[in-house]
Design a protein around this ligand. Structure first.
Ligand code: MG
Length: 163
């Protein structure tokens, strides 16, 4: 069965339901109760199935990566730490620009081929760019869930099955 070696995720509207440079205000902090809040004291949320999805994929041996075009690099990195997701990601490319650039960097650092990668993002323009490079890319609507990941793995298998 054909499986990707690396699975990459966008951040805004893929792992969490907001734009980190617009809808929330860094710096962030963790309350004694474990909630993450922004500098206005608003609670910062993520899509509910994301922690389990990341944990499971990590345990299954997939290499995980983040590819985000947000200009709010520091805030995004801070949230990854506070949500305790940092431990799952081997590669993080978080800065503005065309997503080709992010993936060329991931390719360089990991030594993997684009054809060994699976990618989830909520923006069609990124799906188009990455599909052109040969990365199996899934358009996410409403955030990453276990189901969305299964669909992605199925699409990867279909695109790579030996004829
Ligand atoms: Mg996004």
């Amino acid at each position: 069965m054909e499986k990707p070696k690396l699975i990459a995720f966008d951040l805004d509207y893929t792992l969490w339901p907001f734009w980190v440079d617009t809808h929330v205000r860094p710096p962030f902090r963790k309350t004694p109760e474990g909630a993450v809040k922004d500098s206005r004291d608003e609670k910062v949320k993520f899509y509910p199935e994301v922690p389990e999805v990341l944990k499971t994929l990590h345990q299954q041996g997939y290499i995980l990566a983040v590819a985000s075009r947000t200009p709010e690099t520091a805030g995004a990195n801070q949230l990854l730490k506070l949500f305790d997701w940092d431990k799952y990601f081997n590669y993080k490319e978080i800065y503005p620009g065309c997503k080709d650039k992010h993936f060329k960097q991931i390719q360089k650092n990991s030594g993997l081929q684009f054809s060994e990668m699976l990618f989830f993002d909520d923006e069609q323009r990124n799906i188009v760019d990455l599909s052109a490079l040969g990365v199996t890319s899934i358009l996410v609507d409403g955030g990453v869930t276990k189901d969305v990941v299964l669909q992605g793995l199925n699409k990867y298998r279909n695109e790579h099955c030996k004829k």
